[in-house]
Design a protein. Sequence first.
Length: 160
Amino acid sequence: MTVQYVFCNQCGHRNPPVSTFCSVCGGVLDKPSLRTGVLPKTDPLLDGIFDDDNAVVQEGEVAPGEVMLVIRQGPEIGTRYSLVGEQISVGRVPDNDIQLDDVTVSRQHAVLVRQGTAWLVRDLGSLNGTYVNNERVDESVIEHGDALQIGRFHLVAFFG
């Protein structure tokens, strides 16, 4: 029987595999199941990826007063989400209203909040951040045509 140990990234101490914290320095131990991947701000390999736009919404597809987010880039290109209710949670785990299942998305990444007829996005302290029109934001109002980036996912907002 082979026992695999978890090594502390701070002090290098060998800890039992069930450990969450280092028994010597108290540092958080790296667990692949809890890891969130980090992306660079821009990826030169993605240049020109939007030449054939896949986030086209025809007139009348979005009802008056309705808001729709369409994934323009990411593992689920073309997926559409209607924003219904007062608050929509976005993250990697299934208990979110919008689940974006990728390691670049934090477990609870952001929340979309209705304020009257407007919607705003609020980052929940995610590792990779939340971007609106290529600018990192803690909180921002979303308008028709805005590009929203959460991890590897690029979404476009359509207002009816």
